[in-house]
Write a protein that binds this ligand. Structure first.
Ligand code: UT7
Length: 337
């Protein structure tokens, strides 16, 4: 192990399925409307995975783009962290990303924390770099929740979309701090607010042995409770993160929240007195892509050069667990700032 090092965020990538499903299309079989979905959520359309799409392939595309933009070779990657709640394989989908990239020197594993997953993975990755254990980490956030919703439940299925995003994080000189502050929280007492739970049924193997079999239930959410939790807790962790770094909201270039609801973005920004022009949002086109929302939005803003090297970004993820957290990020590498 070497001495503590700085952290740089040096590349981003994103991938989404090609198929666009608009609010209007949903109303072909659901008792819903474009007006209801737009006004309550800000979502106009989402990308939905077809049978031939896979989480592993979207994750690999996003990760490859992040790696190329960072200017790394695949054999230089030390760690791949894949934040997802909807892997193609419950044993983990990160190894498939490693194989697809040819990142043969990297260890790769999944991390599950629902919509907070990407932020938690980013913070986890930083610990490996800070300690000197690894130098180059690909952090991927990806979910295909369309495979896990009840398509007859208008309260949930209209909210979610599919996608993957990735960030390349690497060791930097000690003076360069790409992760200035971090906060992570869990409240397991409120886990029933948002679930995708396994339901066991008894399977009789012989007269002395009944094992639990079964499958997963579709996503169930108490929307109002999760909404209240988000607008109360997200400003608190963001304020805590700013305090940790000795900064105020005025120092921020961007607010990058988990994209769950346009009204949540507006409420959090208002509580922190952050102008609407600094609030990043792509909910309209993608809906809630769970662990993918933050890196998808980040990549879009980096590719459009809204986010530039040296910019300060406050980010917060929140969702099932309940789990939530915040991070203050500085984009780019020292020489480019
Ligand atoms: O990513 C994890 C974090 N997730 C979140 O942060 C989600 C937080 N929650 C929310 O964003 C909002 O609570 C929702 C968008 C999920 C729901 O919005 P809401 O304003 O809280 O609506 P509601 O659940 O109170 O429902 C209001 C009405 C109900 O009708 P009644 O009982 O008042 O007659 C619903 O049945 O809207 C009805 N409704 C719909 N109507 C048309 C619910 N879903 C729909 C729909 N289309 N898709």
């Amino acid at each position: 192990m070497s001495a503590a090092v700085g952290i740089a965020l040096t590349g981003s990538g994103a991938a989404t399925p090609a198929r666009v499903v608009t609010n209007g299309e949903l109303s072909l079989w659901l008792d819903t409307s474009d007006a209801w979905i737009c006004s309550r959520t800000g979502i106009a359309a989402r990308r939905i995975a077809m049978a031939e799409d896979s989480l592993e392939s979207l994750s690999s595309q996003a990760a490859r783009q992040a790696l190329e933009r960072a200017g790394w070779r695949p054999d230089q990657v030390d760690l791949i962290l894949l934040a997802t709640s909807s892997p193609d394989d419950l044993f983990g989908s990160a190894p498939a990303v490693q194989a697809a990239l040819g990142a043969d020197n990297a260890v790769a594993f999944d991390l599950t924390a629902a919509c907070s997953g990407f932020l938690f993975a980013l913070i986890t990755a930083a610990q490996y770099i800070r300690s000197g254990t690894y130098r180059r980490v690909l952090v991927v956030g990806a979910d295909l929740l369309s495979r896990w919703v009840d398509w007859q439940d208008r309260r949930t299925c209209v909210l979610f979309g599919d996608g993957a995003g990735a960030v390349a994080m690497e060791a930097a000189p000690e003076s360069w701090e790409g992760l200035l502050a971090m906060v992570m929280r869990t409240d397991g007492h409120r886990r029933s607010c948002l679930t995708m739970a396994h339901q066991a049924t008894s399977q009789v193997l012989h007269d002395q042995l009944q094992v639990g079999s079964g499958g997963f239930q579709p996503i169930a959410m108490d929307g109002q409770e999760v909404y209240k939790f988000a607008v109360q807790q997200v400003p608190l962790v963001l304020t805590q993160a700013l305090k940790q770094a000795g900064l105020t909201a005025e120092h921020l270039d961007w607010l990058l929240l988990h994209q769950a609801n346009e009204r949540i973005l507006a409420s959090v920004a208002q509580r922190l007195d952050i102008p609407a022009a600094k609030v990043l949002s792509n909910l309209k086109n993608y809906g809630n892509t769970s662990a993918a929302t933050i890196p998808l939005m980040l990549h879009e803003a980096v590719a459009a050069q809204w986010i530039r090297p040296g910019h300060l970004i406050a980010s917060s993820g929140f969702g099932a667990g309940l789990s939530w957290g915040a991070a203050l990020l500085r984009w780019g590498r020292p020489e480019a700032a």
